[in-house]
Write a protein that binds this ligand. Structure first.
Ligand SMILES: C[S@@+](CC[C@H](N)C(=O)[O-])C[C@H]1O[C@@H](n2cnc3c(N)ncnc32)[C@H](O)[C@@H]1O
Length: 212
């Protein structure tokens, strides 16, 4: 089964023998790939909408994996069971990720793999704030978009810093600056507060790019 470069990178961070919940599974392509390619991984494919879950069910049926993937209709982590040790949240913005993780009981979670294409610094800071440390980070370019993939484990260990390690960071910064400029140029002048926030983010990114 062929999945995107981004999903492959996410899958590479899932450990063997883990019990995973994929929050916002949509098509469940990641989950199909995980149970086919990772040893003894159990997956719950979860989404808060019927439409995506229907797609997930069709894909799971197509590959005859109904006995390996559980499908669940749930908002975020509301139905999380205590056997689950790994959370995957991918393809959502920082604010949604934050809301999902804030509402969830993470006491039995040891690993999380989070992927977003916005507000990388905020996402990272939030993950650390809730008691996880970032062990691996990667920037993946897929179809001209940049995604950050973060693997975090429970506990306060020393987090690594992608800026020092990843050669794609500069490309990611350039891409994000262009996107923020576009957003700013389209925002009505009346949206003063939002414009100011984006302007501040833009200046921070520009400064960072210059310092590389
Ligand atoms: C853009 S798709 C990402 C699909 C897949 N995770 C990926 O990365 O390719 C986002 C999915 O998250 C689901 N979603 C959004 N908010 C959610 C929430 N609070 N709880 C569960 N699923 C949610 C949406 O219904 C949608 O199917």
């Amino acid at each position: 089964m062929k999945i995107s470069k981004r999903l492959q990178a996410i899958a590479s961070y899932v450990e063997e023998n883990s019990k995973v919940i994929d929050v916002g599974c949509d098509h469940a392509l990641l989950d199909l790939y995980l149970v086919e390619n990772k040893k003894n991984v159990k997956v719950i494919a979860s989404d808060n909408k019927e439409g995506p879950l229907q797609k997930a069910k069709e894909n799971i049926k197509k590959y005859n994996l109904e006995d390996k993937i559980e499908v669940m209709l749930a908002d975020g982590l509301e139905k999380l069971d205590t056997k689950t040790d790994t959370i995957v949240i991918a393809g959502m913005g920082y604010l949604t990720i934050k809301e999902i993780l804030t509402k969830g009981d993470l006491s039995h979670i040891t690993n999380m793999i989070v992927s977003t294409n916005d507000d990388f610094d905020d996402t990272k800071a939030f993950i650390e704030k809730i008691g996880f440390s970032i062990q691996k980070e990667e920037i993946v370019e897929d179809h001209n978009k940049f995604y950050i993939i973060i693997k975090a484990t429970k506990g306060r260990k020393k987090s690594i810093d992608i800026k020092k390690r990843n050669k794609d960071y500069q490309k990611y910064l350039e891409y994000t600056i262009i996107k923020k400029r576009e957003i700013l140029s389209k925002l009505p002048r009346s949206k003063i507060k939002t414009r100011f926030q984006i302007y501040k983010q833009l200046k921070k990114l520009e400064k960072e790019l210059k310092s590389l």
